[in-house]
Design a protein around this ligand. Structure first.
Ligand code: CS2
Length: 487
């Protein structure tokens, strides 16, 4: 266990907060306290807290689930008074370890709903941030609108003052905030979405509109939703990894964390109620965030998804192992060079070819042991968010579609839940229903094209393209991924 008292005598190789953790108060409420959040927003806030007059920007984490692992996580955060260690590992294996004091408190919404709502309405809360995953915004990809039909949303709409979803909590918190006269604040998405701020506005205002149109207008006018590009590879940490991290650090941290040394955050400076001095700790502010979002999502996340689908089918566990396969490396490189880069607008001053090389080097960081299964999880939502623009640009532009069609075949083979040898693989598809999972598992080559993963480009699939997808799926099953890759 790691406590405030341990900060007085940290091992020599471990840096601690250079501010008084006891003085930190909460100004940010964050939903979805996962590893990425702790290594990214947590990292920047921790840095900012070390600057003068920033102690009121601590974070209260909120978990939306209780029971099992969630309870364990909550107990561990509380036992450690929010402290956790972050080990950053460079590609050459060099590590830097730091104990972070930015997490002030942790609440489990199902157990303490009133406490969460009171905090959201509190004047001291200036930012509500979130990492709730790509699929978590509950937007219908075909209409672009918030889906009120989701059962959990329906439950909240029937009883808005006793919410269960993030939308229910935030909107009820804002209702109380408005009533208390505490003014607007910032809702800040830290998820990998194109225009994550605009999507959040759609989601939260969309939900609010279904509760109370006046409140929806108030949110629209008083709450800001900055768009942002977030970037840092943060692997999952198993119990065995935890032991290794603690061995390296000499700490007894219950929640140690690992990330690459690279970090980037490009965001619009639209904060309705102030923000930490992020500009002094490496955050890049711009009003042209869209080019950065597109480049990151269409290059990094999309190739990650290709690698993970190939990796799952090849039965490889680590991203660097998959990329270590020369044919896979060549394929991903060609998709980026021939399909993505020519159809993508570069952010100002960024050379996309160099950006690509940096990405491939980052993916090859064996010291990180990043997991294929982590990236392959929720491939349904990720494909729509990460691939759509490239797929549409290639198909609509009449460009060579060989690689993109192969990617679609890879995705459908992954969703089938069997590797290239026909052995079962553990799928994590939280947004697919039982019926949809049955369709995905079908041996038929084309039935699963009807799944939501294809919603954003199904209209472009001619019978010719469908035939090509089916043919590629057949090849993957017959010859395996490596032989069938079109390189
Ligand atoms: C990954 C991301 O889960 C995924 O799909 O591509 O978590 C990726 O590691 C981060 O976006 C890197 O910034």
């Amino acid at each position: 266990m790691l406590t405030y008292d341990d900060l007085k005598s940290l091992p020599e190789t471990v840096a601690g907060p250079s501010y008084d953790v006891r003085k930190v108060t909460s100004g940010i409420v964050h939903f979805g306290v996962g590893n990425f959040f702790r290594a990214h927003l947590g990292y920047y806030v921790d840095r900012a807290l070390a600057l003068p007059d920033q102690h009121h920007w601590g974070i209260t984490g909120v978990g939306l689930r209780s029971g099992g692992n969630s309870d364990r996580k909550a107990e561990e955060f509380r036992a450690q008074e929010g402290l956790y260690s972050l080990t950053e590992i460079a590609a050459n294996g060099k590590a830097e370890i730091r104990v972070m004091g930015c997490l002030k408190d942790y609440l489990q919404a199902p157990d303490e709903p009133e406490k969460v709502l009171a905090l959201l309405a509190d004047k001291a809360t200036k930012i509500i941030s979130m990492t709730i995953t790509e699929g978590g915004y509950n937007i219908d990809e075909t209409t672009g609108e918030f889906r009120t039909s989701l059962p959990a949303v329906q439950e909240d709409l029937a009883n808005p003052q006793k919410p269960g979803t993030v939308f229910g909590f935030v909107v009820e918190g804002l209702r109380r905030r408005r009533e208390a006269g505490h003014g607007g604040l910032t809702i800040m998405s830290c998820d990998n979405l194109r225009h994550n701020g605009d999507v959040s506005r759609k989601a939260f205002v969309g939900y609010a509109r279904a509760v109370d149109a006046d409140l929806a207008d108030w949110i629209d006018q008083n709450v800001t939703f900055p768009n942002a590009m977030v970037d840092r590879i943060t692997p999952s940490v198993s119990d065995e990894d935890k032991a290794k991290l603690n061995e390296r650090s000499g700490l007894k941290d219950l929640q140690p964390l690992l990330s690459e040394d690279f970090i980037q955050w490009v965001i619009e400076d639209k904060f309705a109620a102030g923000r930490p001095a992020f500009e002094k700790v490496g955050v890049e502010f711009t009003d042209q965030v869209s080019a950065y979002e597109h480049a990151k999502i269409r290059m990094l996340n999309s190739s990650h998804l290709i690698l993970s689908a190939a990796g799952m089918l090849l039965n490889l566990k680590l991203v660097d192992e998959v990329l270590g396969e020369p044919r896979v490396h060549k394929f991903v490189d060609s998709v980026l060079e021939k399909d993505v880069i020519p159809t993508l607008k570069a952010p100002p001053g960024v050379d996309l070819h160099k950006y690509k090389s940096t990405l491939l080097t980052r993916f090859s960081n064996a010291a990180m042991a990043d997991q294929v299964a982590r990236i392959a999880s929720d491939a349904t939502s990720k494909a729509q968010v990460f691939w759509t623009e490239t797929v549409r640009a290639v198909l609509e532009g009449g460009r060579d579609r060989t690689r993109i069609v192969y990617c679609m075949a890879l995705l459908l083979e992954l969703l089938r839940g069997k590797n290239e040898k026909g052995e079962k693989i553990a799928l994590q598809e939280p947004f697919l229903s039982e019926d949809q999972l049955k369709i995905a598992a079908s041996d038929d080559f084309l039935e699963s094209i009807n799944l939501p993963a294809f919603d954003s480009w199904r209209d472009l699939l001619t019978s010719e393209i469908k035939k090509e997808i089916a043919h590629n799926r057949e090849l993957i099953r017959k010859d395996g991924v490596l032989s069938s890759l079109p390189v």
